[in-house]
Design a protein around this ligand. Structure first.
Ligand code: KIV
Ligand code: ZN
Length: 391
């Protein structure tokens, strides 16, 4: 991998699947895993094998079918979790165990009732044990977002000493501001002994709507892996959205960071995940929402019809959307009406358009959106209809 490459670690099937009521069965997980592999993600987190027999089976079956990506299984810093994960991953071409422990004071004090030093020992032992099964071991410092940087650096150092290949720095509660998260990554790059032996990874939650911004700030400051989910799904406000970080890196080449994602497949996989999980994607969702390439105000429509780039920074085809949509509403202008009328078969002169547009506005004021079939009705009931069809 080049130093400009950012690994995309997809956790749709693990963190993403933690959305209440959206559990997937093994067959559905296999369909999604195959598409993630086709999409070009570098790592697929397939599940948490010790959590249930179903999850174990999913990780086991996904390990058999994935051709290119690394397949990863989550564990706590618990021997049995790690043993079970290694077993579930035994058929993977490239297996990775993802183990870790909470490092913020509240996790240490209330969840584990341990001391800071005891947490470091547990982290070291978990990574060492995982290394006895697989070469590729990722360590997560849960709630790293609220962990003091000097202590976090010590935990990371212990994980590297034990052989961790990746250090995951989760903002588990979605608390950090972008500058703060970026600073954390920079601090670890500059202060952890042996950091050159491991890849730093961003794992950001979206509780304040900052997951994407934080992940981007993380890679600007030296992280080289982003953990994310399709459509940003995940418990509470979700995880970093894969399609967003990938397109940000693509649209801003001066950052000199890229990914292996085949972006033309983004819209398709977004729809697939949404259907299987039964989660409707908000229409204004960046990149993959139904309105992401739809224009409804007259000023914007006029601009896009003249030159797409006036109001679009991404060519929709680049993300697998066939074309931009010109949506007709009462806010649309003559240019949009002429454009859509032409698409359904009517070439209007300027005078005809004036007459049809008056009719259109009356109609549009009563409707949320004017569809193709409505355009026929609007034109057929206009005074100039005979003129239009005999032209
Ligand atoms: O958000 C988080 O801290 C996690 C870890 C288990 C990696 O999902
Ligand atoms: Zn998470």
């Amino acid at each position: 991998m080049s130093s400009t490459n950012v690994y995309i670690f997809d956790t749709t099937l693990r963190d993403g699947e933690q959305v209440p009521g959206c559990k997937l069965n093994t067959r559905q997980k296999l369909v999604i895993a195959e598409k993630l592999d086709d999409l070009g993600v570098d790592i697929i987190e397939a599940g948490f094998p010790v959590s249930s027999p179903g999850d174990f089976k999913s990780v086991e079956e996904i390990s058999k079918i994935v051709k290119n990506a690394t397949v990863c299984g989550l564990t706590r810093a618990v021997k049995n979790d790690i043993k079970v994960a290694a077993e579930a991953l035994s058929n993977a071409k490239r297996p990775r165990i993802h183990t870790g422990i909470g490092t913020s004071d509240s996790h240490i004090k209330y969840k584990f009732k341990l001391t800071r030093d005891e947490i470091i020992t547990r982290a070291y032992k978990a990574v060492s044990f995982a290394k006895s099964f697989v070469e590729d071991v990722e360590f997560y410092a849960e709630d790293a977002g609220r962990t003091e940087n000097p202590y976090l650096a010590k935990v990371c150092e212990a994980a590297i000493k034990a052989g961790a290949t990746v250090l995951n720095i989760p903002d588990t509660t979605g608390y950090c501001l972008p500058a703060e998260y970026g600073e954390k990554i920079k601090y670890l790059k500059e202060n952890v002994k042996g950091i050159e032996k491991a890849v730093l990874s961003c794992h950001c939650h979206n509780d304040l709507g900052l997951a994407t911004a934080n992940s981007i700030e993380g890679v600007i400051n030296g992280a080289r892996q982003i953990e994310c989910t399709i459509n940003g799904i995940g418990e509470r406000a979700g995880n970093t959205a894969l399609e967003e970080v990938v397109m940000i890196l693509k649209q801003h080449p001066y950052l000199n960071l890229d990914t292996n994602i085949k972006t033309q497949k983004l819209f398709g996989i977004s729809q697939l995940v949404s259907e299987h999980m039964g989660i409707y994607t908000q229409p204004n969702k960046a990149i993959v929402g139904a309105n992401a390439f739809a224009h409804s105000s007259g000023i914007h429509q006029d601009g896009v019809i003249k030159k797409r780039e006036t109001y679009e920074i991404i060519d929709p085809k680049e993300v697998g959307v066939t074309q931009s949509a010109i949506v007709l509403t009462a806010r649309s202008g003559r240019a949009a009406l002429a454009y859509r009328a032409k698409k359904v078969g009517y070439e209007l002169t300027k005078l005809q358009l004036d007459e049809v547009y008056t009719n259109f506005l009356r109609f549009a004021d009563r409707k949320k959106e004017v569809k193709d079939r409505d355009i026929h009705e609007i034109i057929e009931t206009s005074k100039v209809y005979q003129q239009i069809i005999s032209a």
